[in-house]
Structures are given as C-alpha cells and as structure tokens.
Ligand binder design. Structure first.
Ligand SMILES: Nc1ncnc2c1ncn2[C@@H]1O[C@H](COP(=O)(O)OP(=O)(O)OP(=O)(O)O)[C@@H](O)[C@H]1O
Ligand SMILES: [Mg+2]
Length: 410
C-alpha cells in the first residue's frame, strides 16, 4: 500500500501538493480581498510574492490559480521565465490564449483583429521586435491594449482574469523587465468607463489580477530601478517558513483518519501516521515546505506497515540528509558575501547576544552601522532574519544548519 503511486508527499514539484499547509493569509487575500474587489470593479494592486528557494511561491499561486479556474475565472498557465529566454514572447502568447478564451478572435471590429495581429507578431519575434525602431514602444502597448480588451470582455461576461508570471528574477534584461511591468501595470491601472443602472457613467478597474513570483533578488531589481511606479502597482510580500501549527494541521487528517490509498490492483486501504511521527516531521523540516514534503516522502517509503512510525521518519530522513543540506547550502551560497558573513557571524553568537553592535564587532567593523545594510537586506528583502531585540533567524533551517548538527536526526 505504501508505494510510489500512493505516496501523497511531493517534494520538488511546484504543482499544488496534496498535503497542503498554511499560507492562509495569502489564500485569504485572494478570496477575501483581491478577487471580491476586482469583481466590484475596484482597483487593487498586483501581488508580488518573493522568498527563498523552496518556500512554496509557485505552489501557492498555482493553488490560487487552481481555485480561480474552478470558479470559472480565466487564468493563464503558470508562465515560467527560464533564464536567458524571451519572457515577452511567452507573455504575448499567453495573452493571446486569454483573448481566445474571451472570444476576441470572433469580434467583428477591425481594430481588434489588428490588435491580435500586433500581439501575434510579439509572440513570434518577442523582445527583438521590441528593440527594433518600428516595434519598440509598439510591442508593449499592443500587449497592454489587448489585455484591456480581454478585461473589457471579462466585464461583459462577469469574469475575472488571473495572470501568473513565475521565476521573474530570471528576466535579467532591465529594459525587458521594465516593459513587461509597465504593460501589466498599465492594464491593471486602466480605468474603464461603464454605464450604471439609471444611465449614469462611472469608471471602474478591469477585473485583472496579476501575480508575480520569484526569488527575493527580484524585489531589488524592481524596487530600486523601477521605483515608486512599481510599488504603487504591485504589493510585495516576502514569504517566510510555514508555522509548526499549520504543519500540524496539515498532518492531522493523516494522524486521525489516515490517508486513503487506492490503487487499481491493491484495492483501497488507509495509512495512518503516529502523532510522534508527525511531530518528528515537523521538527525536522523547520517550517520549510520543501523539506516537509521530503521528510514525508521518505518516511512513507521507509516502512511497509499501515502506520508511519517515528522510526520510519528517522530512517527516511537519514537518506534525505544530503538533500536537506544542499537545500540550505543553496540559500547560503546565493547570498552576497556581506550578507552571508553577517548570517554566519550572527549564528556564532549566543542567542541573547545577537545585536547589531555585537555582530558588527565580530565582523571586525568599527561602527555598528557598517553592518546595517547587510542586516537590513537579510531582514526586509530576504526574510532570513528579523531585526528585533535581539536579532533572530526567521529562516529556521538556516539557523539550525549554522548552529547545530541539523539535519542529522537525533
Ligand atoms: N503550502 C504548502 N504546504 C505543503 N507543501 C508545500 C506548500 N507550498 C509548497 N509546498 C511544497 O514545497 C516544495 C517547494 O514548493 P515550490 O516549488 O512552490 O517553491 P518555490 O518557492 O516556488 O521554489 P523555487 O524558488 O525553487 O521555485 C514543493 O515540493 C511543494 O509541493
Ligand atoms: Mg518556484
């Protein structure tokens, strides 16, 4: 029963995991704020979700998009920007799909046919067109104009549009990034005149939700270079680890009722998890969704019985140790030198002594403020530390790695 086909844990995949934990603030932001406001025609900023690798950015917006899709909304696929590829092309072709869904190709106005043609050429030539003399300004205004048409169709058909652009830090060409953000931003800030019952005219926003997800570096790129306009159009949240309580709730059905396993050949059955085993998973993964899935997956394979025991978790984790190590090392390796050194120096001090002054001193700075910028970035941009009194680690796996023999299981 406990085999590869029935294992509900999915480390690494950015599809919506079967065992979902937390992120209630972001889910509720979509359900209770963003979507209702767009339905009502009110302006609402796009959402930027950044965070370190494996924190569940892609999975979160996939889940939101999945919910939206079930509600009948028009959603794009998760538009993943691969490094060195032409993001403008991808976006143009996804916007064309939205236009199809909105029924725009059937429209009789020549204006719309012309607009579709313009965006089709962006989908073919991408950013090279945007750079050319004739195509420059043209290609992103075409994208905005088509999005506005999709938005208008959505108003008429009582629909919401959701666009998800993932791995946005990979748009390394500054001009391309700027054009894309302007095109999307112009569409969400567009004001559309509508007639209200009784005949009066008011303006409303288009029902278009934009989600941008990626590594924290993106917030820098977009923040400093694009400045205030970007901040007015997109609201940025830095994701942090998942609370233990949320992980506990996620495993609860497993502990109480068991996980139903039914495969074609073996028939239905249930696999339960000992409360002890659940607590051990929670302890080992330190709030990291990727490690949570990894610990669960390994524990599932570590035994054959109907109950996943604490021993299974420990045995499974032994095999996961290299991956857990690599996961944290990747986070540390990506840090700029000053930030990495700051994190290392902070980890070496006893918890109560982790103040800016003490950390700066052990880094050999003469003034505490010299270490300020690195601390600020680790806190505000990356969500790895919190600059409280004293400073604490928000990335608990990084802390455990630097201060104990974790990921070795006791
Ligand atoms: N809320 C959640 N509950 C349980 N598991 C989750 C949750 N969110 C993500 N995961 C799991 O964590 C792992 C990492 O998720 P995901 O790929 O979405 O992270 P990411 O932040 O997009 O990472 P990257 O920066 O590498 O793209 C996946 O295995 C996913 O199934
Ligand atoms: Mg991702």
């Amino acid at each position: 029963m406990r085999d590869a086909l029935t294992n509900p844990f999915q480390p690494g995949s950015d599809t919506v995991p079967e065992i979902w934990a937390g992120r209630t603030a972001q889910l509720s932001d979509w359900r209770d704020v963003l979507r209702p406001r767009l339905v009502a025609g009110l302006f609402e900023r796009g959402r930027t979700l950044v965070g370190e690798a494996g924190l569940g950015k892609s999975a979160l917006v996939r889940r939101i998009a999945h919910e939206a899709e079930l509600a009948g909304d028009w959603t794009t696929a998760q538009i993943r920007v691969a490094l060195g590829t032409d993001a403008l092309k991808r976006i143009a072709s996804e916007v064309l799909k939205l236009a199809d869904r909105a029924g725009l190709p059937a429209a009789r106005e020549g204006r719309i046919a012309e607009l579709l043609r313009r965006v089709q050429s962006v989908a073919v030539s991408g950013f090279s067109l945007a750079l050319s003399e004739e195509g420059g300004q043209e290609s992103y205004t075409a994208l905005t104009d088509l999005l506005v048409e999709v938005g208008r169709a959505a108003i008429c058909q009582d629909q919401i549009v959701l666009i998800h652009l993932d791995e946005i830090q990979n748009i390394d060409d500054e001009r391309m990034l700027s054009q894309i953000l302007i095109a999307l931003g112009d569409a969400i800030t567009h004001e559309e005149p509508v007639t209200v019952p009784g005949g009066g005219q008011i303006t409303r926003s288009l029902p278009i939700a934009v989600y941008l997800t990626g590594l924290p570096e993106f917030a820098d790129q977009a923040g400093t270079r694009k400045g205030a306009t970007f901040a007015r159009r997109f609201k940025t949240t830095t994701l942090a680890a998942i609370d233990d309580d949320d992980l506990r709730s996620a495993l609860r059905p497993f502990v109480v009722a068991g996980w139903e396993t039914s495969t074609g050949t073996n028939g239905a059955g249930r696999v339960r998890m000992d409360p002890d085993a659940a607590e051990t998973i929670i302890d080992l993964c330190r709030g990291e969704p990727f490690l949570f899935q990894l610990a669960g997956e390994r524990a599932w394979y570590a035994g054959t019985g109907d109950v996943i025991s604490r021993e299974d978790v420990i045995k499974g984790w032994q095999e996961a140790v290299p991956e857990a190590t690599a996961h944290v090392e990747r986070v540390l390796e990506r840090l700029p030198q000053r930030e990495r050194e700051f994190a290392l120096a902070m980890a070496e001090l006893p918890t109560q002594e982790r103040t800016l002054t003490r950390i700066a001193a052990s880094l050999g700075h003469s003034k505490a403020t010299d270490a300020g910028p690195a601390a600020q970035r680790l806190d505000r941009v990356r969500g790895i530390i919190t600059r409280g009194k004293p400073y604490t680690f928000r990335h608990r796996a990084v802390e455990a790695f630097l201060t104990s023999d974790w990921p070795a299981a006791g």
